[in-house]
Design a protein. Structure first.
Length: 480
């Protein structure tokens, strides 16, 4: 009797931002649609894809370490395919194939539609021989763009590179494969039209491409029917979204009104597109959470100008006032880069002042990382901040922002907040979730309740996380 061949098994490991997590879900969806079984560990997979980030050098070093570790598995199973996808694959391209000769495929963020064809092509090339060792040969165009085939030495078969950027690729019409749960990421935009001088994103993800509002809304409706109650709209400058006359505030309002959706968030907005219209929708629509990420990057006008952020400290503070006057209880978070080339100590102190003025609920803090190909690399060498000074600035910034976060969180003890239970807690019998303002709360509860909403009193805080107690409906009304 003929046995059916077992389906090929694929494992996708994702590093980096929410957009990358969402791209990982997209790749899993595309592969599952082409008959692959998606597995949870590289040991069980025929195809291992490492979906990478290029935003800082540290992120890339981690991936190189991981890929070399995966080569250990490949030595035991030479048929295994290792692919590197995402921003680092796009940035390094064929150099990565030379640096890590055991990698079989590099594919940039606009190539995923052609993933099954590229994997098939790899298999055909492996069984069919090739041309001269070490020489690239063109291989025609697949749905994800041009596939280049590079022969490896020592009979190890070819490597493939799919690196075209494609202004039309929005992944329209493709299904993501999401983990079960109450929350979902929904990309509404890819790429970025800004050129912040430190940032690699526009070079590895191309210009801004917005998804059709019709498709976004039908995806959210489908998610709601499947039981999702919280969605986060994603884009590099998510609030610059516009599609055939539908602006971001309009889309946000429509998403917030979909039956079954109780919470809507969005990230990352650009401060310049935090407009009165957007703030009005945030304030009026019950489902839009009282939370805003406002990436400041620096608190000094000369630095902001050299970063090409296109706003000043004063205009940023106006945005903060606009949001806080409409939504007094809003939780604000930010991103800050220290030691941008040319940043003086006084200018760094201005950033600390900004933190003390705004009092962000949370800050994501980074040391400037030089990204080859970005405009900041052309600044005079003498501008580059000494590594020890950069480290000291980062440490001071973290201390200031943690202190502020802790003070704010201590002042919130005693409040009763609605928590969406998302995970089990670290200790047995505990669950963990987030409030509407995106604060993490841990309390005693049954893990079977993941996906449910509960009211919890915030009893204590570590400074970052809250430890709470679930309260009945009556108590929450009294406290509210
Ligand atoms: N589009 C978002 C925005 O404009 O805020 C940012 C996206 S980026 C994935 C996330 C954060 O990484 C940025 O806000 C910035 O703080 C940080 N970042 C980007 N490039 C960096 C670099 N070269 N060095 C250090 N941090 C960087
Ligand atoms: Fe990078 Fe600036 Fe675009 Fe954000 S807005 S992705 S920081 S270029």
């Amino acid at each position: 009797m003929n046995q059916k061949p077992r389906p090929k098994r694929a494992y996708v490991e994702t590093y980096g931002c929410q957009m990358n997590i969402s791209d990982g879900e997209l790749m899993q969806g595309i592969l599952a649609d082409h008959g692959y079984e998606i597995v949870g560990a590289p040991e069980d997979a025929d195809v291992v894809l490492v979906n990478t980030c290029a935003i800082r050098e540290h992120a890339e070093r981690r991936v190189l370490g991981r890929v070399s570790q995966l080569n250990g598995l490949k030595r035991e199973r030479p048929d295994m395919v290792i692919g590197v996808t995402g921003c680092m694959a796009q940035r390094l391209g064929k150099t990565l194939l030379e640096q890590a000769p055991y990698v079989d495929l590099v594919m940039g963020p606009d190539g995923y539609r052609g993933l099954p064809e590229a994997l098939e092509r790899l298999e055909r090339e492996r069984s069919g021989g090739g041309s001269e060792h070490g020489t690239p040969r063109a291989a025609g165009v697949a749905p994800g763009g041009t596939i280049s085939v590079i022969e490896r030495s020592r009979g190890r078969g070819p490597q493939l590179a799919v690196l075209d950027l494609n202004m039309d690729e929005n992944y329209q019409g493709l299904e993501r494969r999401r983990a079960d749960g109450p929350s979902a990421w929904v990309p509404i935009q890819r790429g970025c039209d800004h050129r912040c001088t430190y940032c690699i994103v526009p070079y590895v993800r191309g210009g801004e491409k917005n998804r059709s509002a019709v498709e976004v809304l039908s995806e959210v409706r489908r998610l709601a029917e499947q039981g999702v109650t919280e969605v986060t709209l994603l884009g590099q400058t998510v609030n610059s979204y516009v599609w055939e006359g539908v602006s971001f505030p309009g889309l946000l309002r429509d998403v917030a009104r979909i039956d079954g959706i109780r919470r809507v968030r969005f990230t990352s907005p650009h401060p310049n597109d935090v407009t009165p219209d957007l703030v009005e929708v945030m304030a009026e629509e019950d489902a839009v959470c009282e939370q805003l990420h406002l990436p400041a990057q620096a608190g000094n006008n000369r630095t902001l100008k050299r970063m090409l952020r296109r706003y000043t400290v004063e205009s940023l503070l106006e945005k903060v006032d606009l949001v806080r006057s409409a939504i007094p209880d809003v939780a604000l978070s930010t991103d800050i880069i220290v030691a941008f080339p040319g940043e003086t100590d006084d200018e760094f102190r201005d950033t600390l002042d900004l933190m003390r003025t705004v009092r962000f609920d949370e800050a994501f803090t980074y040391k400037y990382s030089l990204r080859e190909g970005t405009p900041a690399t052309r600044l005079p060498e003498s501008d580059f901040v000494d590594a020890d000074v950069a480290q000291a600035r980062l440490a001071e910034l973290i201390e200031v922002s943690r202190d502020i976060q802790s003070e704010i969180n201590h002042s919130e003890i005693g409040r009763v907040e609605e928590v969406l239970i998302e995970h089990t807690g670290r200790d047995e019998g505990q669950v963990r979730g987030r409030t509407r303002r995106s604060k993490v709360v841990v309390f005693d509860g049954d893990p079977a309740r993941i996906g449910e909403y509960a009211d919890a009193r915030l009893d204590r805080t570590t400074g970052v996380t809250f430890i709470g107690t679930e309260v009945g409906a009556a108590e929450s009304v009294a406290a509210g």
